[in-house]
Each structure stands twice: as structure tokens, then as C-alpha cells.
Design a protein around this ligand. Sequence first.
Ligand SMILES: [Zn+2]
Length: 358
Amino acid sequence: MDLVRDLEALAEGARLSIASASDDRALEELRVRFLGKKGEISAVLRGMGQLAAEERPRVGEVANRVRDEVESLLVLARQRIEDARLEQELRGSRIDVTLPGRRLLPRGHRHPVTRTTEEIVAIFARLGYEVASGPEIELDWYNFEALNIPADHPARDMQDTFYVDGAAIGRPEGEGAVLLRTHTSPIQIRAMKRAGSPPIRVVAPGRVYRSDYDQTHTPMFHQVEGICVGPAITFADLKGTLAAFARAFFGAGTRTRVRPSYFPFVEPGAEVDVSCSICGGSGSRSGARCGTCKGSGWLEVLGSGMVHPKVLENVGFDPAAVTGFAFGMGVERMAMLKYGIADLRLFYENDLRFLEQF
Ligand SMILES: [Zn+2]
């Protein structure tokens, strides 16, 4: 018998069957059929015992070659099948990223504090004010000194804040304390210094910090302040501007009144009240005392005054040549009055039942 011929025939059969196999299971069956212990190659080799001793090495050599070839054909076929499977999978799951979404997700909206800030700023922008910003971590000079609040001034007690270790943020010693700003007024100082000379008209929204926490105070809150400096700016300009603002923010029928008050950076200083937006200034609502204005018909909304000559001097303006007025308000308070919200802390609890009402 011719074992070499049998092996060659076996190899040819293996090539054909492996080439036509289409899945892993078929390949595994072929592996067992050709290479297994009871497979075809082993069967041929079992006949070697009947061969003459000198023929055995040649047959052994051919058997090894055929075994190697079948093994590598199986490896290649496995790769071919795997590639085809991947190809199929990629075709099947093709995604068109340009298609619109199938489901419209609920869209969020701006926080009431953000909305109120934007509303206030937009009103002053219509009056010709530029919007300015400044750092929340501020130097003592901008936050207090430049605003006529020296180190021993009692107004500092009302604005106790959080101090920052100057050395830790790389400030050289002797440059004064570093703190979280207690109001947005330092932005006005920076804006005036940046402008270099009057006239200037800016509105400054931003976060401010004080060490307070109760129903009407949070350690962080928002202010919008504004300043207008130029030749012959008078108290009448202050009243007219703030009355126009109040009508735009609270409604066309809103009245304003001005009461004397004290702030270190203005002289004279004034509180501005508006007629109550809930009861229309009557002090009562459906026969009962109005809770929002506590029956007075008036709401305190902002502080204001004519810019103190010392503040003008501190930024290099000549108080003999120019005058100006400044004002400031708490954004949370404005939102509370406009929307009838009783507790300031609601703004920061992130409760969607509250936030989704705006
Ligand atoms: Zn009222």
C-alpha cells in the first residue's frame, strides 16, 4: 500500500472541506476528523507498522507536513469566519448619527436667581449701563478701604466674611487681607480704576459672601450693584433711574419712595422702597392685612446714595469736577418679592418641585 499517496489524498480532502466550512462548529468537526486521536491521519499512521523500516521516515515526514498544513488551514479558516461574523455585525447595527432623536427629553430652564439677575441687568442695559465683573476672592482694599470702610469701622461687623490665607495663594505679605467679597461694590471700584476717568456707567452682578445663616440670610447670595459717575449727576438722576427700574421690574404702576439711610460709601445715602407688588400698595388684600408688606403698602428693595467724595478720590476721580450715584440690591430678595417666596433657603435646596414653578 502507498501511505504517501493516501496522505496526499487526505490533505487534498482537508483543503476542500476546510475551505467550504462556514462556522466554528463545522471547523471543530473537521479538526476531530483529520487531527483527532481516531482521526484520518492517525489511521494512516497506524498502517506504518506494516512498512519496511527504511520507508518509515519518509512517510513520517509527509504525515507531519500534512498535519502542520491542516492545523494552519484550520487557524486561517477560524480567522476568516470570525472576520465575516464581525463584518455582518457591523453592517447590521449601522447608526445614522444625523437622524433626529426619537424621544424629546424634558428641557430644563434657568434657576430663578439667574433669571432675576438677567432681568435686572437687562433693564439697566437698556438704560445704557455696561455690565462689569470682578473676582470673588478680593483684596481688603477693594472690598473695604476704597469704599470708605477703614479697618476699625463698625460697618465691617455687619459684613463679617470668610478670610483667605494670602500666603497660601501666593500673595506677598503686606498687601493686606484677602477675603471673599462681601458685596459687589469692589467691582465698581475696579471698573472706575479701569476706566481711568469719568463718565462711567456700569452695573455689576455677582455672588457675594457673609458669615450668616438663617431664614433670610445665606453665607453666599447674589447682588446687582450699579454706579453712574459724570459731570453734574444729581440726586434727581438717582431717583429717576431707580423709579424707571422699579416700574420695569415690578410693573408699570409701581411707585417709589426714598428714605434717608447710612452707607459708608455714599453721602447722602437712601433706602428706596417700592409700592407692594402683591397688594398694589394698599396694605390689604381681600380684606386682610397683606403679608408681604406687613400692611405698610411698601417694600424695601434697595440701598443707594450719592457716591462719597472719598470714594471718588480713592479711584483718582476729582470730586470737585464730577459727582455720581450708586445703588445695590440683593437678587434673592428681588426674586422673593416678585414671586412671593417666603424662605431664602429654598433657592439653594435644589428641590425640583420648587424650581419647576419658574
Ligand atoms: Zn402688600
